[in-house]
Design a protein around this ligand. Structure first.
Ligand code: BGC
Length: 805
């Protein structure tokens, strides 16, 4: 591994799909998996292309039930390009990595340039060797373009080869084995045709969302081709073009396939087909496209500057690469959310969960315009969230656990346990805490960017509607003399019900209750501090009155948070559940991250045990600084001292199976302040989650975007303790022996490129020259002001270790 280049030597069919996911190229508008253009989808290969926000809804019958699912659609495949030796009589076999002709194969992902290179050597049966070098990009400056350059060199022989380039509309959504029983045929009305010389096109539409898709490809060789040597032969579902090239021995011939993609969701087009054909006709040649693409990436890397040494640094760069390919400045022009698995595969059907909670805090400090667009995705679906609340008999906004095109609840009703083969009811939609994650992101975005306009208008509306939901959902319990939130599921989605209960949901998930309190407190703060006439507008718009604010105040001070054995309970009654025999289960099954599946296959249920999928209570230590967390508990009349928090951390650490990539991240973050010696094990797990495919074969179905962005933020905010709060930049660094020295730059309020550098015992801050004001930097023991153009070296007390709440 080179600092910027990830190389995969050799061809390994068993890991090909994983590599495809990790070598995906994209630009925020669309992405294509790093699949071999010589191959179509089969058990080894899965060439998927996905456009952000392009969904379609289909009905399927599973387990005798009719279910509806909305999927991010696998679009026509633009990659196909295969080649073989030309023969006058009879056809030679096409070269593919799966053929015995493959002698060498190497794949390199160049993060700096945003390109994927493949070099291959094929040796035909007659001993003739062909070297092939292939470079591809999905254009970062023009988000509708992609290019595939293929170069052929005959080694020690001269002769012709035949090249077939295609656009393949015969694709389905079939990339996830668990979903194979579901209907995956989203594309209809596929037709193909020719445009200008060298150009072919394909169009189709999605069955129910009626999104029209236009794709065009211009395929040219660097030797003159006449009609006999270049022809099209379209098939019902594929546009196909053939080229015959003469390869003089040792001379390299180049074929460039330039592709344009448009959908009817695009702005400023008449129809997607004409837009795609026009765009590809106008596109410059490969060299010019490569140069403008590299220039766009240079800008992105500047805005995401991160200097972390060693292996961790290389992995973080890969993570940033994939975050930016999913959510780039182009995203700012789209109506899309944060797909949990990137635009890299079909897991979770491209849906949007609470994972943006792990993504926006990073983007806020580098690409605030992208964060804002992602919040606008939620704002546009606020009305739908209100409908969801109303239909369930509540007030305010109840955002769905899984969201897609229009913001309705997209969580599946049944999920398959591949271990038992059983389809089971899925109650994860009871994770109403997603609303608090949205409110948290609104607040964080506004604090980091200083976007008061957003906070005072759309942000305030979302915050207050989510607060209203919590205040209405919480019910007063006379016995406890507290408000309770009942019948929900927390971040640990292994627990969906009390043992033996036929009703889904649990009571008083501590994470849900405390974050609801936080939302109520912030909403009150925003409403009270709104300048006129904004306050009046908000009151009128959402019909707010003083009585309602009084209720928010009351609920936010009297919410119930359960405790047992001197620790915060994950939910009311968690402490009464049985202890799990972790060692016994591990001895029997090995990897038990997916404890839910392991136990269900044994006709048992994880609901019976004190065993969590992922950080749940501990999420509180991830979202809130120790000071803020103890402040929240104090608001509720509890003293959350350091000892209680440490006991709580230890308690759940022993009882968590880490069945989500988010878990290692959160544990690494929290332990960095509580049990430093153990933190790195979890940080490593978060760093390696995708590159080593730690969740047992799930990365091939799409990367884990939350964990990827979260690791970037772990360096940026987790280790530095950086907060953007009350108009100041706060730091409270914690020393990590494994990552003692690092630096990055952030965009804070109007300042671009504020540099932060950590060394043991030192924090260095540099503010670039600008006509903005100074930045207030706060450490636990002092405040300093850094003028634009100035910098400060701040010595840290001890090793920067600070106590927990
Ligand atoms: C996790 C959720 C997460 C989802 C999508 C699940 O495995 O439990 O917390 O939102 O994956 O990434």
């Amino acid at each position: 591994m080179h600092e910027w280049i990830w190389t995969y030597e050799g061809y390994d069919p068993a890991r090909e799909r994983l590599r495809e996911a990790l070598c995906t190229l994209g630009n925020g508008y669309f992405a294509t998996r790093g699949a071999a253009p010589e191959c179509t989808a089969d058990d080894t290969h899965y060439p998927g292309t996905y456009a952000a926000g392009c969904y379609n809804r289909l009905t399927s019958i599973v387990a005798g039930r009719q279910v509806e699912n909305e999927d991010m659609v696998n679009l026509p495949n633009w990659l196909p390009l295969r080649f073989r030796l030309y023969r006058l009589a009879g056809d030679a076999a096409w070269f593919t990595p799966d053929s015995s002709a493959l002698a060498e194969h190497r794949q390199s992902l160049d993060l700096r340039a945003g390109t994927l290179e493949r070099t291959m050597r094929y040796v035909a049966e007659d001993g003739r060797a062909l070297t092939v070098r292939q470079l591809r990009l999905v254009h970062m400056a023009d988000p509708h373009l992609a290019v595939l350059r293929t170069q052929f060199t005959a080694e020690g022989w001269s002769g012709d080869i035949e090249v077939e380039a295609a656009l393949d509309g015969g694709v389905t959504n079939s990339g996830v084995a668990r979903y194979r029983e579901l209907n995956g045929s989203h594309l209809v009305h596929v037709n193909a045709g020719d445009g200008e010389p060298d150009t072919m096109w394909l169009r189709c539409r999605t069955t129910t969302s009626d999104i029209r898709i236009g794709m065009a490809a211009r395929t040219v060789a660097d030797e003159p081709t006449d009609e006999e040597r270049a022809r099209t032969a379209h098939e019902p579902l594929r546009a196909v073009q053939f080229l015959r090239l003469t390869l003089p021995g040792g001379v390299t011939r180049t074929v460039d396939k330039t592709v344009a993609l448009h959908t009817s969701r695009d702005a400023a087009i008449s129809d997607p087909l004409h837009a795609a054909v026009g765009r590809v006709d106008r596109a410059p040649g490969f060299e010019a496209l490569l140069e403008s693409h590299r220039a766009a990436w240079r800008q992105l890397w500047r805005r995401g500057e991160l200097d972390v040494p060693g292996e961790a640094g290389s992995i973080l760069r890969l993570h940033l690469f994939h975050v930016l390919q999913t959510l780039s400045p182009h995203t700012a022009d789209l109506d899309v959310g944060v797909p949990a698995r990137g635009l890299h595969g079909e897991a979770y059907r491209g849906h949007i969960f609470w994972d943006e909670l792990f993504v926006l805090p990073y983007l806020n400090l580098h690409f605030p315009e992208v964060s804002r667009a992602l919040l606008m995705y939620r704002y546009r679906r606020l009305e739908q969230a209100r409908v969801l609340a109303r239909d369930a008999g509540h007030i305010g906004a109840m955002y769905p656990w899984q969201s897609g095109s229009d913001g309705r609840e997209e969580t599946q009703e049944l999920h398959l346990n591949p271990r038992s083969g059983r389809w089971l009811p899925d109650h994860s939609r009871l994770q109403h805490h997603v609303g608090s994650a949205i409110a948290y992101n609104v607040w964080q975005y506004c604090e980091a960017s200083g976007d008061a306009e957003f906070l005072h208008t759309k942000g305030a509306e979302m915050l207050t509607q989510i607060a209203r939901f919590w205040a209405g959902f919480a019910q007063y319990d006379k016995q406890l003399e507290r408000y309770r939130i009942r019948g929900v599921v927390g971040p640990d989605e292994y627990h969906e019900a009390y043992p033996g209960s036929c009703l889904p949901g649990l009571d008083d998930n501590a994470y849900t209750n405390v974050t609801a309190v936080w939302v109520l407190a912030r909403a009150l703060e925003v409403v009270r501090e709104l300048p006129e006439p904004r306050r009046r507008e908000l009151y009128e718009r959402i019909g707010l009155d003083r009585g309602e604010l009084a209720r928010w105040e009351e609920v936010s001070r009297r919410m119930y948070v359960p405790f047992h054995d001197g620790v915060i309970s994950q939910f009311h009654g968690y402490g009464d559940l049985e202890e799990l025999d972790w060692d016994g289960l591990r001895a029997r099954h090995g990897d038990i991250r997916r404890l839910d599946r392991v136990l269900e296959a044994e006709n048992d249920t994880v609901n019976r045990y004190q065993a969590s999928k992922q950080a749940d209570v501990l999420m509180l230590g991830y979202l809130f600084s120790p000071a803020e967390l103890s402040g929240l508990f104090r608001r509720l009349g509890h003293e959350l001292d350091e000892e209680t928090w440490h006991r709580t951390v230890d308690y759940y650490l022993k009882r968590t199976s880490h069945g989500s990539t988010l878990s290692g991240l959160v544990h690494g973050w929290v332990l960095a302040r509580v049990r430093r010696e153990d933190a790195w094990t979890y940080v490593r797990e978060a760093l390696e989650g995708d590159i080593a495919d730690l969740q047992g074969g799930t990365t091939e179905e799409g990367i884990h975007l939350g964990a990827m962005a979260g690791t970037l933020d772990l360096v940026q905010r987790g280790l530095t303790g950086m907060e953007t709060r009350g108009g100041a930049l706060w730091f409270d660094p914690v020393h990590s022996p494994q990552l003692a020295e690092y630096g990055f730059s952030v965009r804070y309020h109007g300042h671009w490129g504020v540099r932060v550098r950590m060394r043991p015992g030192e924090l260095h801050i540099g503010v670039p020259a600008s006509d903005g004001g100074p930045i207030d930097v706060r450490l636990p023991d002092r405040t300093v002001s850094v003028e634009p153009g100035g910098s400060r070296l701040l010595m840290l007390p001890d090793d920067g270790h600070r106590p927990s709440p």
